[in-house]
Design a protein around this ligand. Structure first.
Ligand SMILES: [Zn+2]
Length: 113
């Protein structure tokens, strides 16, 4: 696994949240330009092709449970559930390149630094 995959996943989540927003706007009865949604769907498709199947599956499972499947870590705290992460994760030398999940909420972590 490499950082690239994590970056792609963060981008994918962005697109999914934007699609969700479009949907919410539609639910409220506003007109949404179709091209907007189509451009997002297309970008999503291109991204998912670059992400490994197991990782994508993990993301989709998390997304079914949480609004955000990937959450940032600030200092030593998961900003998804505010649990402090164990030291071995904080000091993990390859943490930026590994898919690491929070032991508290199970979400995929990315590191703010
Ligand atoms: Zn967490």
């Amino acid at each position: 696994m490499n950082k690239n995959q994590l970056d792609l996943l963060v981008a994918l989540q962005d697109i999914d949240l934007m699609l969700k927003e479009l949907d919410d706007v539609k639910q409220l009865g506003f007109e949404v330009r179709n091209e907007g949604a189509e451009a997002l769907e297309k970008a999503r498709e291109e991204l998912t092709q670059k992400i490994g199947k197991p990782l994508l599956g993990k993301y989709e499972r998390l997304r079914a449970r949480y609004k955000r499947a990937i959450v940032p870590v600030k200092g030593d705290t998961c900003l998804g559930c505010f649990m402090r992460l164990p030291t071995y994760l904080i000091t993990h030398k390859d943490k930026h390149n590994q898919i690491i999940t929070c032991e508290g909420c199970g979400r995929i972590l990315y590191w703010l630094e």
